[in-house]
Write a new protein. Sequence first.
Length: 137
Amino acid sequence: MTPYTRKINYYECDRMGITHHSNYIRFMEEARIHYLEQLGYGFEKLEEQGIVSPVLSLTVNYKHPTTFPDVIQIELGVEKLSSLKITFSYTMSSKGKTVCEATSTHCFMKDGQPVIMEQEFPQLYEAIRTLKENGNK
């Protein structure tokens, strides 16, 4: 899996000139979309089938600030995987330093009800499980 790379935009910085903390959550979403697209299950494909993936929880630990026009690289991995939930881990780095470490936990829902990934998307579940077992590579 290729990491997600992103340039910090000027408008994402606060009055102090550093990237506003709320943007890292957006970067996590972009990295998830990138990850799922690489597996052949982009958000468009999931949503066409009526599947949504709400965020259940987030943890974010900021390590070093970034500024415009820094480029960050986001490595995404699967920390936990069950039939109902998935927890992604994120390591964001720039200029050789870890700038942020985070996790997000999600479920998959259809028509407002949780779905069991193994049943609804066996190929996606198997691809994620295999990547996790192989160290997310």
